[in-house]
Design a binder for this molecule. Structure first.
Ligand SMILES: Cc1ncc(COP(=O)(O)O)c(C=O)c1O
Length: 326
């Protein structure tokens, strides 16, 4: 008899996350909205999927050797996924993170024994020490390391094309009209979108980009705007990156920090779902979309991580007041 829910190691618990119908927060719009709860992954985010996939692929392709150092830049979640993979598969890990990421993420990375390189997030994007520019420089100067490069390596998208997309399609038994999700590296939305559109080209895909990021203006006007600082973690960017595939996106919404964080709190109040700030952006977007629809539809979205990473920020009244969000 096959043992149910028993795994050879913790990596086996990545993926196959639950999809839940939201019933209360949706009551005024009369449209069905389902959310895939990615904080059910062992390190608590959607990024566990790409960490496992990219390193297994690197092993298969002979790109990485036993015990080698992995270097990656991350808003924290990929770093945690890679930390798990590194421990299980026998690698070392150094991560480049912005100093504005939550204290909870830094503390968890420290608990996982990860070497952390903090980047001053007030540096202009063009500075050689900025988050995007410094990583390839560190990689270049470090002999014998492996750089998965989640922002430009399409294996990121491939992960979601092969796992998250088919999971959603099967869980919904093909009954999906819209897929809406935040866009960071683009891996999640573009990988899922490609898979879903191959099953049914009528499915529409909407991305959510934070105010301050450059994707929205490029998508609509092919214009590169000057980026501005914002606080939502994991979404948006200051540069165009290779994992963002605009061809599979039909529409894009722009969301502010304040709206995202207020909706993150609403999710807890109304649904009891303790999710992170980008999930607040996702539900805001899904509700905005639902309000614009004239006939019944099924919307699927993604909640990438958990509130436990933002207790000192989004769920802290003092911090929210200080930032003008309450
Ligand atoms: C909390 C959070 N939400 C959303 C995303 C966006 O996912 P993706 O990078 O696949 O676009 C990320 C990415 O880091 C994230 O950390």
């Amino acid at each position: 008899m096959k043992k149910e829910n028993v795994y050879d190691n913790v990596l086996g618990t990545i993926g196959n996350t639950p999809l839940v119908r939201l019933n209360k927060i949706t009551k005024d719009v009369g449209i069905e909205i389902f959310a895939k709860l990615e904080f059910f992954n062992p390190m608590g985010s959607v990024k566990d999927r790409i960490a496992k996939y990219m390193i297994e692929k690197a092993e298969k392709d002979g790109m990485i050797k036993d015990g080698q150092l992995i270097i990656e830049n991350s808003s924290g979640n990929t770093a945690m996924g890679l930390a798990l993979v590194a421990i299980q598969m026998g690698y070392k890990l150094k991560v480049i993170v912005r100093d504005r990421i939550s204290k909870e993420k830094i503390d968890q990375l420290k608990a996982l024994g990860v070497e952390i390189h903090l980047v001053d997030s007030s540096l202009p994007p063009e500075s050689s020490n900025s988050y995007n520019n410094i990583t390839p420089l560190i990689v270049e100067k470090t002999p014998d390391c492996y750089f998965p490069d989640q922002h430009n390596n399409r294996e990121n998208n491939e992960t979601h094309y092969k796992t998250t997309g088919p999971e959603i399609w099967n869980q919904m038994q093909g009954e999906i009209d819209y897929f809406i999700a935040g866009i960071g590296t683009g891996g999640t939305i573009c990988g899922v979108a490609k898979y879903l559109k191959e099953q049914n080209p009528d499915i529409k895909v909407i991305a959510i980009d934070p105010v301050g990021s450059i994707f929205y203006d490029y998508f609509y006007f092919k214009k590169m705007v000057k980026p501005a600082p914002y606080l939502i973690e994991g979404l948006g960017d200051e540069f165009l990156i290779k994992c963002v595939d605009f061809t599979v996106i039909d529409d894009m919404y722009k969301v502010s920090d304040k709206t995202s964080f207020q909706y993150t709190r609403e999710l807890v109040k109304q649904e009891g779902i303790l999710a992170g700030g980008s999930s607040g952006a996702a539900i805001w977007g899904a509700l905005k979309l639902a309000e614009s629809l004239k006939k019944p539809a099924r919307i699927v979205t993604i909640f990438p991580d958990s509130a436990s990473r933002y207790l000192s920020t989004i769920f802290n009244d003092k911090w929210m007041k200080k930032k003008g969000f309450l």
